[in-house]
Design a protein around this ligand. Structure first.
Ligand SMILES: [Zn+2]
Length: 392
């Protein structure tokens, strides 16, 4: 059993958790780790030594003594090793390097034409990661552009078969169906590349940043498309093939039911995604070119755009109510560009309370994902860090 497959109870004091305690400042010494984990000092020492030998932890001198020899302090290295991260969207990609604690070192946003196809788009993004690593003097001692790179995490705005890194039937990504992202990248870089869908990356990034202490959470990503990522027992829940959390083609009440890219009608994505709002407004004769235009209209209180945002919020709330009743999370958070639309959020919240069991909502946190544009690359970095720790 790998660390990724182990139940959370068995992970108390596992290498990943020890690393997280040091990264968050909860622990600065072996004694702290022993106290937090309940593990014996010798077991903690053994695990810490393994993490140090992997370059995932370092010793930074002596801490405060409580009477005996002064304990050596532990820290996550902030220089010398980085993780590359890519969060691909419909029109833009966020590309960054992060240190082993998940802190962003450098990041930039690039325009992307997804219709240029996977080779061109991914080739350019991998080149950008190499440039960022090369630009970071701490990350590339000796001038080797990829010498300190420990891995690259990539988020794709469509369904990804996690075990193989292959894209399966994405909407609005012509030429990408069946493309093996992991194999393509493996032929170009000599570090591990881990591929997942963008909603899972947002879920992981938001969970590790805002609520690492909560075990059960659902994150909705509402942008051009719509999806969700599920944290169960503290870990990302992907299901058998990696499609867990993909709510985009769940049917919602809509009359008339708009046609969906999947061939059905009335799917959540056809009613509540940013792309659906653009299509619906154009159908009503409103001149709007993209999601940014829709959000501007909603912010300006445009009647038609606001009504559609409310309808979208009800549709999201309807599906989310089923998810909450079924899964009983502690927190539900919404992120993506539509998360700032108040009318959408208000109707989502109202529908959720109306349709959920009181027991499921009495202490449920409903909130916005607060970590901004770097949440996806943060999640991508944590995917890689977890992989590196599991392999150590
Ligand atoms: Zn559909």
């Amino acid at each position: 059993m790998t660390i990724d497959d182990a139940p959370r109870e068995a992970l108390r004091g596992g290498p990943r958790e020890l690393l997280r305690w040091v990264a968050t400042g909860a622990a600065v010494s072996r004694a702290d780790l022993s106290r937090l984990s309940g593990l014996s000092p010798s077991t903690v020492s053994q695990r810490v030594e393994a993490l140090i030998s992997q370059g995932l932890l370092e010793e930074t001198g002596a801490g405060r003594s409580r009477g005996g020899r002064r304990p050596r302090q532990l820290a996550v290295p902030t220089g010398g090793a980085v993780v590359g991260a890519v969060d691909l969207g419909a029109h833009h990609a966020r590309v960054g390097t992060l240190d082993l604690s998940g802190r962003v070192v450098q990041a930039r946003t690039l325009p992307v034409r997804i219709e240029d196809g996977p080779e061109a788009v991914l080739g350019a993004l991998l080149a950008e990661v190499a440039t960022l690593v090369g630009d970071d003097p701490e990350a590339s001692p000796g001038g080797s552009a990829t010498g300190a790179l420990r891995g690259i995490g990539i988020g794709i705005p469509g369904p990804v078969q996690h075990a193989t890194g292959r894209i399966v039937s994405p909407s609005r990504m012509p030429g990408w169906n069946g493309f093996d992202v992991a194999a393509f990248c493996a032929g170009r870089v000599d570090v591990p590349v881990i591929v997942d869908n963008d909603a899972n990356l947002m879920a992981l990034g938001a969970h590790r940043t805002a609520h690492p202490e909560l075990d059960h959470a659902v994150y909705i990503k509402a942008g051009t498309g719509i999806g969700s990522g599920v944290i169960s027992s503290g870990r990302l829940h992907r299901g058998a093939q990696g499609s867990a959390g993909d709510i985009s083609h769940c049917r919602v009440v809509a009359d008339p039911a708009p046609p969906c890219t999947c061939g059905n009608a009335g799917c959540l994505e056809a009613v509540a995604s940013g792309a659906a709002l653009v299509t619906a407004l154009r159908g009503q004769g409103v001149q709007v070119s993209d999601l940014t235009g829709v959000i501007r209209l909603i912010d300006d209180g445009d009647r038609q755009a606001t009504a559609l945002a409310r309808q979208a919020g009800r549709a999201v709330g309807e599906i989310l109510a089923v998810v909450v009743n079924f899964f009983n999370p502690q927190v539900v958070a919404i992120g993506g560009r539509l998360a700032d639309c108040e009318p959408l959020l208000a109707s989502m919240r109202a529908t959720l309370y109306e349709r959920c069991l009181p027991l499921a909502t009495q202490s449920l946190l409903i909130e916005r994902v607060a970590t901004g544009q770097d949440v996806g690359i943060t999640g991508a970095a944590h995917l890689v860090i977890d992989h590196v720790v599991a392999a150590s």
